[in-house]
Design a protein around this ligand. Structure first.
Ligand code: NDP
Ligand SMILES: O=C(O)C1=N[C@H](C(=O)O)C[C@H](O)C1
Length: 233
């Protein structure tokens, strides 16, 4: 199928390689706002740009009735508006904070552990995410998804606070280090022990493969979706 890439940085370049290897034609590699003219009539758009431009990029594609796979994080305050635009234009939208199979399995593991801990009051909970020094948003979109999974089962946590750990609050620590692709840990700590679950990305290949698989899946769909729909998790 024909894929347009909106955002052509670290992720866009790897997605280009993966899509081409899987036999798709990459018809656009944009570092600017997409239009009907520069998109070159793709079947699907894969958008990995910047938090400050993702909304306008996705909106432009959906208003041209082109389905979008969006991996850009740090703009979720406008996600519900985008989901309405997808429906109004009879097309499809899928946002994923993390497209790797491993992290989506980690999301499910995180929720199962949160469910086990919902009536256990001896433990505090803390998240830690480590990413490369170029990352513009904090905490990561993946960490926010993890926090949402915990809140789904543990309403005792009022909210998350960046780099704080207070009783009844989930502390999220965002660390920026070298060229780290993405490491996420959840810690439950009591006075006598600690439980940790952790996902470590070795490179960006898993993110790119997941995004292309999601693009293959969404091609003839209508509506708003998540990576769980693609993976059947
Ligand atoms: N969901 C997932 O699985 C993953 C999500 N991400 C997220 O993807 C996003 C991109 O990450 P990454 O590729 O590392 O970032 P980069 O900074 O490497 O790439 C961003 C790209 O967007 C381009 N850009 C700038 N302005 C615009 C615009 N108006 N329209 C379109 N493109 C534009 C940049 O161009 P220029 O080079 O000229 O600045 C650059 O090519 C981040 O939000 C990150 O959190 C990352 C990995 C996995
Ligand atoms: O910026 C990155 O690199 C990544 N961003 C995503 C996020 O914010 O969760 C996904 C992955 O961790 C890599």
């Amino acid at each position: 199928m024909k894929i347009a890439l909106v955002g052509y940085g670290k992720m866009g370049k790897i997605i280009d390689e993966v899509a081409t290897k899987r036999g798709h034609e990459v018809v656009a590699r944009l570092k600017e706002t997409p239009t009907a003219g520069n998109l070159n009539n793709p079947d699907v758009v894969i958008e990995f740009s910047l938090p400050e431009v993702a909304f306008q990029n996705v909106k432009a594609c959906l208003e041209n009735k082109i389905p979008v796979i969006c991996g850009t994080t740090g703009w979720l305050d406008k996600k519900s508006e985008i989901e309405k635009i997808a429906i109004e234009n009879n097309t499809a939208f899928l946002y994923g904070s993390n497209f790797s199979l491993g992290v989506n399995l980690f999301f499910a593991l995180n929720e199962k552990l949160a469910d086990l801990m919902k009536n256990v009051n001896e433990y505090s909970c803390q998240l830690e995410e480590i990413h490369h020094i170029h990352k513009k948003d904090a905490p990561s979109g993946t960490a926010i998804s993890i926090a949402e999974g915990i809140f789904k089962y543990n309403p005792k946590f009022e909210a998350w606070k960046l780099e704080e750990t207070k009783e009844n609050q989930l502390g999220i620590f965002a660390i920026r280090e070298d060229e780290v692709p993405g490491t996420h840990s959840v810690f439950y700590r009591s006075e006598v022990d600690e439980i940790e679950i952790k996902h470590t990305a070795f490179n960006r290949d898993g993110f790119a493969l997941g995004a292309v698989v999601a693009a293959e899946w969404i091609k003839d769909k209508k509506g708003n979706f998540a990576m769980n729909d693609v993976l059947g998790l």
